[in-house]
Design a protein around this ligand. Structure first.
Ligand SMILES: *Cc1c(COP(=O)(O)O)cnc(C)c1O
Length: 381
């Protein structure tokens, strides 16, 4: 482990990311690495660079500004951005930077057409259809109107319709009938678009869960985020290890203080935990201001010196207190593994998700910029 004197660091293992990416491409179609939200907290610029080196032809981001950030960092490959609110000036910039954009309505199509005219270059467009998630995407009742308008804009030489796509609601639950239903609705959309004479070369539907588990949903391209980072899309699909994934992020803090408390001592805000016998406690200098979820108070555990230690009482903004037991050899400065691969007995992001009633996605994505990222390359055993 890298020697570091900072109070905490998030180690991001780029070898794990490469390995996970290879695992995903074994599905048989090209895989778009999704690097939105700062690559789920892992660092978009570094992860993008690593994925390109691993052969990723496609990267995906949610926001236009995220695409602009990657281009500014030198990325030149194919990239799709799919979410903005009306009037975002980054739309024009994205077209000038050769970023593919998604349209989800007549209004967004009109915006892209206007920006394409202004930039004097054909916009590369992926039409997103709603197949049942009822979030982003062209509503079924508007398909024909939007398809027609898009076909006209293509005829006019203003846009190229390169993709048709949608997003699954329950890919993390293979038993959910909505997976097959959405797939069928997606096929219907492909057929209806084809009836307007448009057959985009890239049809894409699958996210990580579907990539790992639904070959029928793969079409021409898979979009994978969470699995690239080695976190399971959902326990219903299996753990990271069961899916052949290696968690890429290890959150390490360093013990700030060790002290002894007497029976009756109340620990942290509100005194929700009270010592029943004499014990050693350790101060871990990370808290919810760093993205460590307060909801895991009194439940979560960390690994110190090879031993699991429970969090005592409430997790605060900057710090939390852990139980070192009746005897301890732990000293200030010792490493505290908050979460990692699990290989050394430490908790994983999935464990923290369980303790705080959320999903692994949120645990890694919320680790805040306050925690420096350290990039390492460590091959798994
Ligand atoms: C975030 C996102 C993905 C990636 O999903 P994972 O479950 O992380 O693989 C794919 N497509 C869209 C539209 C997304 O918003």
């Amino acid at each position: 482990m890298t020697v570091s004197l900072s109070r905490a660091r998030a180690q991001v293992n780029l070898s794990a990311i490469a390995r996970n990416y290879r695992r995903l491409t074994a599905c048989g179609v090209p895989v778009m690495g999704v690097v939105k939200a700062d690559a789920y907290g892992h660092g978009a610029v570094e992860v993008a660079r690593a994925l390109r080196a691993d052969g990723a032809d496609w990267l995906g981001v949610a926001l236009l500004s995220e695409a602009v950030q990657l281009r500014a960092a030198g990325d030149r490959g194919r990239m799709l951005a799919w979410l903005w609110a009306p009037g975002d000036p980054a739309l024009l910039e994205c077209l000038e930077l050769d970023v593919d954009v998604s349209v989800s309505s007549e209004e967004t199509l009109a915006e892209v057409v206007a920006a394409a005219v202004q930039s004097e270059r054909r916009a590369r467009v992926h039409i997103k259809v709603d197949t049942g998630l009822n979030r982003n995407g062209v509503a079924r009742s508007e398909w024909t109107r939007v398809f027609q308008a898009a076909e006209r804009a293509q005829q006019d030489g203003v846009i190229d319709i390169v993709g048709l796509w949608s997003h699954l609601a329950s890919a993390d639950d293979p038993s959910d009938a909505s997976n097959a239903e959405q797939r069928q609705v997606f096929r219907d959309a492909c057929d209806i678009l084809a009836s307007f004479g448009v057959e985009p070369p890239i049809r894409h539907l699958a996210n990580s869960g579907a990539t790992l588990n639904q070959p029928e949903s793969l079409f021409d391209l898979a979009r994978a985020g969470i699995a690239v980072y080695g976190v399971s899309p959902g326990e219903g699909l299996g753990s990271s290890a069961e899916l052949g994934l290696v968690p890429a992020m290890t959150l390490v803090a360093r013990l700030a203080h060790v002290k002894h408390i007497d029976p009756g001592a109340r620990v942290s805000y509100g005194g929700t935990w009270v010592a029943s016998e004499p014990t050693w406690i350790g101060l871990v200098p990370v808290g919810y201001g760093d993205g460590v979820p307060r909801a895991a108070s009194s439940r979560a555990e960390v690994l110190i010196g090879g031993r699991r230690c429970r969090v005592l009482g409430v997790i605060a903004m900057d710090q939390m207190v852990v139980d070192l037991g009746p005897e301890t050899e732990s000293r200030p400065g010792d490493d505290v593994i908050v979460f990692g691969t699990g290989d050394r007995g430490e908790p994983t992001a999935a464990d923290w998700a369980r303790w705080s009633d959320t999903i692994g996605y949120e645990i890694v994505t919320r680790i805040s910029p306050r925690i420096p990222r350290h990039y390492v390359t460590v091959e798994a055993d």
